[in-house]
Design a protein around this ligand. Structure first.
Ligand code: HEC
Length: 281
């Protein structure tokens, strides 16, 4: 394929499936199920993708039986990769964040999005979010729900902490970059990390940041309500406690709300601690 002419025509929208004009976002919310999208027109600026435009994007049907509830079988979805292709992405963007109503945050690199094909669910068994929860589902996953499926990319459900890539109650998306949102983790004490701490940083960004905000200027979900210095302090002071807490919080603190991570190996927990405790070059 002759890339250059296409590149010129598309003004750099290399990854775009078609050379359609980017979707126009609206400055204010029109309808209840319009999707707020931050970061397309500069950091912090929230625009809105209308439900009608969302429904007009290329879509697919995914078998989600057993995924979101026993009786739900099929989902009409828009793949986040197609959504990205339809937006006028700012140069340098490489990260998408999905924020939930309870402060939870899912972090998706564009690389993950293109490889593992997470999708935004538009309808479950033919019902849109205005009619959720669908029959058989005990909770309302709306206004927006994101999922991944072995039916789409075989084996995706076996990835470590894949649960963090399937949030429900999603209230907005943010287009950003690793540099803008997590840049702080690549500077100062974290500028020149050894391999274990680099791995730990990956785990933190991919998983822990869903509920734990970083130090000043570094993104993270607000769900835990715990400042970054707390896990940092615990990893430094008491590795035995840190390990057990991350694997099984309620075994140490009855009523702890953090979800358990029983699948973490000693090596992974040491990597996390090496990252949290990094002192710099
Ligand atoms: C689903 C949300 C969630 C995720 C994901 C999460 N945490 Fe937490 N974390 C919490 C909450 C909530 C607390 C506050 C105490 C509690 O209720 O468990 C907490 C507290 C902690 C504490 C302090 C424990 C104490 O003694 O107060 C540590 C350490 C910690 N988290 C480490 C981690 C690490 C490391 C990861 C990633 C592997 C992680 N957390 C992922 C929600 C989360």
């Amino acid at each position: 394929m002759k890339r250059p002419s296409r590149l010129l025509l598309c003004l750099g929208l290399l990854a775009s499936a078609a050379c359609a004009a980017p979707l126009e976002l609206l400055p204010g919310p029109g309808g209840r199920y319009d999707l707020p999208v931050e970061g397309i027109q500069g950091p912090g600026r929230v625009m809105h993708l209308s439900r009608a435009d969302l429904m007009g994007l290329p879509h697919g049907t995914v078998d989600v039986s057993g995924g979101f509830g026993t009786r739900v079988r099929s989902a009409r979805v828009v793949f986040l990769a197609d959504l990205l292709d339809a937006l006028a992405l700012p140069p340098g963007s490489d990260l998408l964040l999905a924020r939930c109503s309870d402060g939870y945050l899912s972090v998706y690199t564009f690389e993950f999005i293109r490889r593992y094909r997470p999708f935004l669910v538009l309808e479950l068994d033919g019902l849109g979010p205005d009619r959720w929860p669908p029959p058989g589902l005990a909770y309302n996953p709306g206004p927006n729900l994101i999922g991944v499926s072995d039916h789409v990319v075989p084996g995706v459900s076996a990835l470590r902490d894949i649960g963090h890539k399937g949030p429900w109650g999603v209230v907005s998306l943010t287009v950003t970059s690793m540099k803008q949102s997590f840049g702080g983790f690549f500077q100062g004490p974290w500028a020149n990390l050894g391999e274990p701490a680099r791995q730990g940083r990956q785990i933190w960004i991919n998983s822990c940041a869903s509920c734990h905000p970083g130090p000043a200027g570094v993104t993270g979900g607000t769900k835990s309500g715990v400042p970054f210095t707390l896990p940092q302090g615990i990893a430094a002071a008491d590795m035995k406690f840190f390990r057990q807490y991350v694997r099984n919080p309620t075994s140490l603190i009855p009523g702890a709300k953090m979800e358990p991570h029983p699948h973490y190996s000693d090596t992974e927990l040491d990597q996390l601690a090496a990252f949290l405790g990094a002192r710099g070059p």
